[in-house]
Design a protein around this ligand. Structure first.
Ligand SMILES: [Cu+2]
Length: 529
C-alpha cells in the first residue's frame, strides 16, 4: 500500500490530541503581555540582477528578454515571536516568516531561484505513514508554490517535485494576470503542513496601472497582514500536536491559541486617523478567521483572492478560510487617540493605536472598482460532480478524507480542455468546511445549496433541502479558493486558461491536504476535429 488511510475514531483522535496538548508544556497565551511588540512589516524582496528566460521557453514568447531575477533561500532561522519569549526556531524564506514580499506588475515576468538551505533533519513530527512522507524519504524536502499564480506547470511547484538541502530550482512567473495578493508557500508532499507551520510562506503582490489610478491608500498606508495561529511551548518554540500514537502522529486539524500577525504574537500598529489598505492573508493550517474591530467599526472589502471586487463591500467582519485573502480599507478618521483591538471571534489578534494627528489623506475609496464579467453557466462545456468524503466505518471509525472519492496516487480524473469553461460542483458530505483551491486558474462562485448527505451516499442522488444561496458580495469576485461548507453543494465556474499540463487541486486545511485531500489534474489540448 503506497498510500495509507487512517481508521480511527474521530473523538478518540480528538481526545488523544487534547491529551497530548495537555501533557506538552504548552504556553498559556493569557500569560503573554498583549500589544507590546510593533507589527513587523516584511521587507520587499530585492532583485539580484536580470536574466533571460531562455530556460522557460514554454512560458515566454520572448526567450531573449531579460527579467528581474530574485534568489530567496529556504532557511532555518531563530526569530522572536514575542518580546518576552526567547527566539523560536523557524523554517522560512530569507530570514523572516513571512518571507520577503515580492512586488511586481501585471505582465512583467520574473524569475525566482529558491535554494533549499535547510538543515537535513526536520524539527516537527513527520508522519511516515502518510503517502509521500515514507521513512526512506529525506526529511527536509521543499518545493515552492505561488498560490494564485498563473504559472507554467514546471514552475508551479508540483508536490512531488520537492528537492533536498544543497539543491535549488529557478521558477519563472509570467504574471500575465490581474493585480492580486498572491502568496508563496511550501508544497512538499506529505510534510506541507509542517513546513508551512514552521514558517515557509510570504506574500506576492501583483499591481497594474488600472489599480494605481484608483488612488487607494499606498506606501506607508498599505499594510500587509499575514495572520496565522500557532501553539507554543513554554520556552517559546513552536509546538505541533501529535495524535499520541507514535506510528501515526498525524492529527486531523491543528488550532493554535497564539495569534501571529506578520510573525509576531499579539502586536500593535501605530496608525494615523485616516484611511489604510490592509492586504490580509489567512496563513493558518486549519483555522477559519472571523476578523472584526472591537469598537464595532465597519470597514470595506475591496478585493478578494484574485483581485478587486466590482465595488467596495461594507463589512463588520471579514471571514477568511485558510489561504483566502481579503483586501480591506479601514478608515481611522474620527478615531484619533483610540486603541482598537482586532478580534478573531472573541480573541485578540492585534491592536491599532490611532495617533492624534495625521498627514494629509488624499487617497480614495472609489464607489466603483474593477468590473468582474460574469461567467455564464451556458458557457460551461462540462459539469463535474466532485464529492468531498470522510470515510467512516459502521462503528464510526474512519478517518480518511478524499476528493472525488479518489486518493492521490490514482490516475487523473479531471482533465479540462485548455480555454474551456467548466462547472465544478463540490458535494461536501462531511461535517467540516473545506477550503478548496485549484492551481493555475481563477474562478467565480455560482452558489451553495444544502442537500441530504445520507441520501446521496446511499442512493447516489442529490436531494436538495435548502434554497440556492448566491455567494456573499465579498466573495462575488475572482477567487482561487472557495469554502465548501458542510452538507452543502458548492458550485464554481472556471475557465482553464494559461498553460497545458499537470496541476493540482486540494483542500487548504493543510492536515487534510497532507492526508489524501489533494488530487492531480491535467489541462489538455482540444482534440483536432
Ligand atoms: Cu479539508
Amino acid at each position: 500500500m503506497t498510500r495509507r488511510t487512517f481508521l480511527r475514531h474521530a473523538s478518540y483522535l480528538t481526545a488523544l490530541a487534547s491529551r497530548a496538548a495537555r501533557d506538552a508544556p504548552v504556553l498559556n497565551p493569557a500569560l503573554l503581555a498583549k500589544f507590546v511588540d510593533p507589527l513587523p512589516i516584511p521587507e520587499v524582496a530585492k532583485t539580484v540582477g536580470f536574466r533571460t528566460v531562455a530556460g522557460h521557453l514554454s512560458a515566454s514568447n520572448q526567450p531573449a528578454a531579460k527579467v528581474p531575477y530574485y534568489c530567496i533561500p529556504m532557511r532555518q532561522v531563530a526569530c522572536k515571536l514575542h518580546r518576552d519569549l526567547p527566539a523560536a526556531r523557524l523554517w522560512c524564506y530569507g530570514s523572516t516568516a513571512p518571507g520577503p514580499t515580492i512586488e511586481t506588475r501585471s505582465g512583467r515576468g520574473l524569475l525566482i531561484e529558491w535554494p533549499n538551505e535547510l538543515p537535513d533533519r526536520h524539527f516537527l513530527p513527520i508522519d511516515h505513514s502518510l503517502h509521500g512522507a515514507e521513512a526512506d524519504r529525506p526529511e527536509a524536502r521543499g518545493v515552492v508554490h505561488v498560490h494564485g499564480a498563473k504559472a507554467p506547470p514546471e514552475s508551479d511547484g508540483y508536490p512531488e517535485d520537492w528537492y533536498v538541502p544543497g539543491k535549488s530550482r529557478t521558477y519563472f512567473y509570467p504574471n500575465q494576470q490581474e493585480p492580486a495578493a498572491l502568496w508563496y508557500h511550501d508544497h512538499a508532499m506529505g510534510i506541507n503542513r509542517l513546513n508551512i507551520y514552521a514558517g515557509m510562506f510570504g506574500l506576492f503582490l501583483v499591481r497594474d496601472d488600472f489599480e494605481d489610478a484608483l488612488n487607494l491608500p499606498k506606501g506607508a498606508f498599505e499594510i500587509p497582514l499575514v495572520i496565522c495561529d500557532r501553539l507554543l511551548k513554554q520556552d517559546g518554540q513552536l509546538y505541533y500536536p501529535v495524535s499520541g500514537d507514535p506510528a501515526h502522529p498525524w492529527v486531523p486539524e491543528v488550532f493554535g491559541d497564539v495569534m501571529l500577525a506578520n510573525g509576531r504574537a499579539f502586536p500593535y500598529l501605530d496608525v494615523e486617523p485616516r484611511k489604510y489598505r490592509f492586504r490580509v492573508l489567512n496563513a493558518s493550517n486549519g483555522r477559519f478567521l472571523h476578523l472584526s474591530l472591537a469598537n464595532g467599526q465597519t470597514f470595506h472589502q475591496i478585493g478578494t483572492d484574485q483581485g478587486l471586487l466590482p465595488a467596495p463591500v461594507p463589512l463588520e467582519a471579514s471571514h477568511l478560510a485558510p489561504a483566502e485573502r481579503s483586501d480591506l480599507i479601514v478608515d481611522f478618521a474620527g478615531h484619533a487617540g483610540e486603541q482598537i483591538v482586532v478580534m478573531n471571534d472573541s480573541f485578540a489578534v492585534m491592536q491599532f493605536r490611532v495617533r492624534l494627528t495625521k498627514s494629509p489623506d488624499s487617497s480614495s475609496l472609489p464607489a466603483v472598482l474593477r468590473p468582474v464579467p460574469k461567467h455564464q453557466e451556458s458557457a460551461a462545456v462540462k459539469t463535474r460532480p466532485l464529492a468531498l468524503i470522510e470515510n467512516m466505518t459502521m462503528a464510526g471509525e474512519s478517518m480518511s478524507m478524499l476528493l472525488n472519492g479518489t486518493p492521490w496516487h490514482m490516475p487523473v480524473t479531471e482533465s479540462p480542455v485548455l480555454d474551456s469553461v467548466e462547472i465544478w460542483s463540490f458535494i461536501n458530505t462531511t461535517d467540516d468546511s473545506h477550503p478548496i483551491h485549484l492551481h493555475l486558474v481563477r474562478f467565480q462562485i455560482l452558489d451553495r445549496r444544502r442537500f441530504e448527505p445520507f441520501f446521496y451516499q446511499t442512493r447516489g442522488e442529490i436531494r436538495y433541502t435548502g434554497p440556492v444561496t448566491p455567494p456573499a458580495p465579498e466573495e462575488a469576485g475572482w477567487k482561487d479558493t472557495v469554502r465548501a461548507d458542510p452538507k452543502m453543494v458548492t458550485r464554481i465556474i472556471v475557465r482553464f486558461e494559461g498553460y497545458l499540463g499537470r496541476y493540482v487541486w486540494h483542500c487548504h486545511v493543510l492536515e487534510h491536504e497532507d492526508n489524501e485531500m489533494m488530487r492531480p489534474y491535467d489541462v489538455i489540448p482540444a482534440v483536432a476535429k
